[in-house]
Write a protein that binds this ligand. Structure first.
Ligand code: UDP
Ligand code: MG
Length: 314
């Protein structure tokens, strides 16, 4: 059986539509399936919509979070509550074309354990957005050592890969990179990002910046190495300046220039403060991890069979 996991945050208009479209396509292709909706603490009637569709359709499982925990947590909760032999994760706004699920499923039948959806085109975006996304994925690709520039959260995972993902102890999960990191027999299918038909994107520019910083830190220590590089650079400059100052001093005219002193203090001061900020951010993340709080809390679950994994600590 294929479990399709759909995280939903304020998607009241999309629930019925998504269930209908995905269900229609999968039953048309003769694939046994269940649909797992995870309501990520929506402020609208998303949960009521999930309950309504679940009452009419036995294929539907609903998981309700106690509050908004973010998409990454919602996807993991969906995986933990799915009982399929393979699980597909996709957006509930149908921006990931459900027809691609069939292609992914066929590849899984051929023995692939991870089928990644990669974006053929990135859809409509501003040039700035494109450039910053490019830089972000460059850093992440370097950290995972896999090209992630076209990666998405649309993927199909074999039960073994799902269990591997669920066994990861970390709280701060970056799903699309982690699913590459676990390895397994992997292939990819291309898809075109669709236009959103109802509702709106949950991402503001600021939330994307936060998302990028958080995920870079969760996957890479490059920012901290930048601190070291900056330190070495400043040291080199210091040696050059010191030699110049000493030569001048001994040749009879001491370095004049209050300006130099002020500049040096300002530059070095800001480099030190930025470095402390970077290190502080990592410490904050370590603090979050050692608290070992659960990634999400479920207030209600409907439909389907309860999987033992759910009782385990998530
Ligand atoms: N989503 C979620 N929790 C959040 C934000 C988003 O579960 O806190 C879900 C949302 O309902 C959708 C998917 O994540 O199914 C992608 O969100 P969105 O369409 O806003 O992102 P975009 O497609 O613009 O990248
Ligand atoms: Mg979307």
């Amino acid at each position: 059986m294929l479990s399709v996991i759909l995280p939903a945050y304020n998607e009241e208009k999309m629930i019925g539509k998504a269930a209908e479209t995905v269900g229609g396509i999968l039953s048309g292709a003769d694939i046994a399936y269940e649909i797992v909706f995870v309501n990520d603490g929506s402020k609208d009637r998303t949960w009521e919509e999930i309950e309504r569709t679940a009452a009419q359709d036995a294929h539907i499982v609903g998981v309700n979070f106690s509050r908004n925990f973010g998409k990454e947590s919602a996807m993991l909760a969906g995986l933990a509550n799915a009982s399929g032999d393979c699980c597909a994760v996709m957006d509930c706004d149908l921006q990931h074309p459900p027809e691609t699920l069939i292609e992914m499923y066929r590849l899984w039948e051929q023995g692939y354990e991870v089928v990644e959806g990669v974006k053929r085109t990135r859809g409509k975006e501003s040039a700035l957005h494109r450039a910053s996304a490019g830089m972000f994925y460059k850093i992440i690709s370097g950290a995972v050592k896999i090209d992630m520039t076209r990666a998405s959260d649309f993927k199909l995972l074999d039960r073994r890969a799902v269990d591997a993902l669920l066994s990861m102890p970390e709280r701060n999960v970056f799903f699309r990179a982690l699913s590459s990191w676990i390895g397994f027999r992997t292939t990819s299918v291309e898809f075109d990002v669709q236009e959103r038909t109802e509702g709106e994107s949950k991402w503001s520019t600021w939330s994307l910046v936060q998302y990028a910083v958080k995920n870079i830190v969760s996957f890479s220590t490059v920012p901290m190495q930048c601190v070291t590089v900056a330190g070495v650079f400043v040291l080199l400059m210091a040696v050059i300046l010191a030699i110049q100052s000493l030569v001048k001093y001994f040749s009879g005219h001491a370095v004049e220039g209050f300006t130099t002193v002020i500049l040096l203090i300002l530059i070095i001061g800001s480099v030190i403060m930025i470095s402390l900020g970077i290190i502080g951010y990592y410490i904050a993340k370590i603090y979050e991890e050692v608290k070992e709080r659960p990634r999400y809390l479920i207030s209600k679950r409907i439909g389907g069979e309860k999987r033992p994994a759910e009782e385990e600590k998530n």
